[in-house]
Structures are given as C-alpha cells and as structure tokens.
Design a protein around this ligand. Sequence first.
Ligand code: HGY
Ligand code: MN
Ligand code: MN
Length: 412
Amino acid sequence: MNLSVDRERLTQELEALSQISAEPAPAVTRVVFTEADLRAREFVKQLCREAGLILREDAAGNTFARWVGKDDSLPPAGTGSHIDAIPNAGRYDGTVGVLGGLEAIRALMRTGLRPRRSIELLIFTSEEPTRFGIGCLGSRLLAGLLEASSDENLKDRDGKSLGEVRTAAGYVGPLSAVRLPTGYYSAFIELHIEQGPLLEQRQVRVGVVTAIAAPASLKISVEGEGGHAGAVLLRDRRDAFLAAAEIALAVESFARSSGAEDTVGTVGVCEVFPGAVNSIPSRVRIEVDIRDIDQARRDSVLDKVLAAGKEIGSRRRVAVRTELVNADPPAQCDPAVVATLAAACETQGLSFDRMISRAYHDSLFIARIAPVAMVFIPCRGGISHRPDEYASPQAIADGTMVLAEALACLAE
Ligand code: HGY
Ligand code: MN
Ligand code: MN
C-alpha cells in the first residue's frame, strides 16, 4: 500500500486549531462548550466534511465522522481523541489524535483503498475535567458509565448544569441516548502524545500502549473560622488553609510511600476564601488527583488520604468534607489490537516500545465496550498541559502512519 502522510497539511491544521483558544498563543485554553471549543468543533467538522466523511453528533457533543466502507452494516474500526484543553495548555494533547486520525483516513483514501468495514473518527466531548470536575465525560457516557442524572448533578463553577450548558450549545436530546452498545466498534485506536519522557529518553519512535492507569479524584472542602490576621492569636485559630495544606502534604507523602513509583498524587486546584492577605482563611476547596497502574495500591492511598482528612479536621477543629468524584479501574489494552499496532510499526520500519499510559484517556472508557489500544509519540521533555508542549512534525507523521496502517488492517 503506497501510504504517505501529508505532513505539511497536518502541521498547518494543528497550527490553525491551536489558534482557536480562549488565551493567546502559545497557550491553548479550550474548555468544553465555551466559545473557543464550539469554534474548534466547527473547524474540525469542516475538515471532516471536506474529506467526504459522514458526520453526526450525539446529545453530549461527541462527534462521529465516518468513512463508509464496502459493508457499513459491520461494526466500524474506530479512532479519535479530544480537542478540549485545560487552561494554559499545549497544542498537541488530544488534537494529534483527532487531526492525525483524520489525516490517517485521508492517507488511506489517497491509496485508493476501499475498506470492508467503515472507519470512524470520534471526537470525544470534554475529555478534560476542567468544567464539570470529571474527566472523560463524553467517553464515560458512551460506555454507559454515567447516569443520565449527570445532566442535573454535574455543574460548572457558575452553577450551570451539564444539561443547561450542552443544550445552550445546541446539543439536545436525552443523555441516555448517548450510550453505545458493546461491539459498536470492532476495534478502537487512539493516537496521543506520550505526556511523559520515556520515548524521547529511549530514542524510540513509537509507543504501543498495553495498559492505561487508573485515575481517582476527590473534592475536599475545609470549613474553619476566619478572622483578623493580626488580632487573632495562633492558639485561637481554626485556619482552613493550613488544614488543607496538611491534607495536600499527606497526599504527597502517602503516594511517595506507596511502595512503587507508579503511584502519583496531585493537588491541582486550591481555592482560598476570603483570599485576603490579612484575613485568616475560613473556607478552602481543594481537588485531589491520585493515580496508579495498580488499582489496589491507588485505593490504599485514597483511603489513607480520607483518614488523614478526618484526623487533621478534628485536630485543627475544622470541618473537612470529602467527595469522591471518580475512582476508575485501569484498562488493559486488547492484545490483538496491540499486536496489530506492533506489526504496523514493523511494516513502517519504526522502532517501538510497549508501554503503560500514566495519563488517562478516553480509550480508558471505550475499553469497556470495544477492544482498544493506543499509539504514543514522543513529546519534547515529556512536557504536557503546558504551552511549551511540543511534538515534532516527524513524530506526528510517524504516529499517523502507524495509525493508518493499523486501521487499514482492522477495517478488513
Ligand atoms: O489528566 C489526564 O491524564 C488527561 O490528560 N486528561
Ligand atoms: Mn490532557
Ligand atoms: Mn489528552
């Protein structure tokens, strides 16, 4: 098969997409259902239309772009990722899998191939947890892992519910209709930047992902007593921030002492009220992210953090309330799809390593309803979720070629 990737076009499209952002370049901010996200969706849908793909969108905003094969009654081979981005992010997280997936389809079209199975590009809605506090919102709904009540229960910072926001963005209909049946895809492959340093350190061109780590997240609110920063003596204080700070340090300490370097813990959100330098914090809200490839180890850290919250709360005489947002199992990638990707790397003459994904991805949830695997490409210094995130045109082309080769195989 005379396969080739139009590297210039793909680079230009990634560049154009990166300019659709709520923040000026080089940062990318594209939070789900905001104006930037909706413009980005239109940009990608237009490219899919130009490629002759059949488009449809579900009630959650997941977008499907299908290349109809000879027998469209068969479960299609799927690929895709996300285009939403956390604040002050980079331009490659997610977008490489969407625009690379589109270019993989176009490259196969250019060979004159007519696949037996349709090949479908899926752009997941809200992979990032930014707006509604839970990651992979679209893929969780597709896998039937979120109740329809999420429409009312999930709210953004302004108190707007998922239902209000999605319908205002034009995504109407019941969330219950979003779920895909098991077997909807014959196989699903996601192309993504590694978001870690291993491929670059090992000078390996491609990563074939065999498992995806198990994420968990907590929302913790601490209620103490405010007061004047000068007048209230330390012995009389019930400082909400110091209690939250102890909890944050406990997250780090329990993750560090889990017995494995695969355990990580992060406190990425911290809101202090009233937020005045001369006022003792009366209320603090933190969000905690704990992950591991081993679910039992992750859960043990989770339990210790919850227990520490109780102990710190009573010792400091503050109220600590914890909400478990999610505690998902890890996903094992499908050995046959992994083997197809490994064979595609060999066909392309690209060095590759089998590896674990420490970041979570929509494939973590699609794995519940279809055989999945992922293709990783190196990103400079392993940097991600930062404006200086970078993947070279060569690396992006490598990943796209492997993806195209594997899709051609899976679609037969
Ligand atoms: O947080 C993650 O692992 C993903 O980048 N949303
Ligand atoms: Mn991300
Ligand atoms: Mn991502």
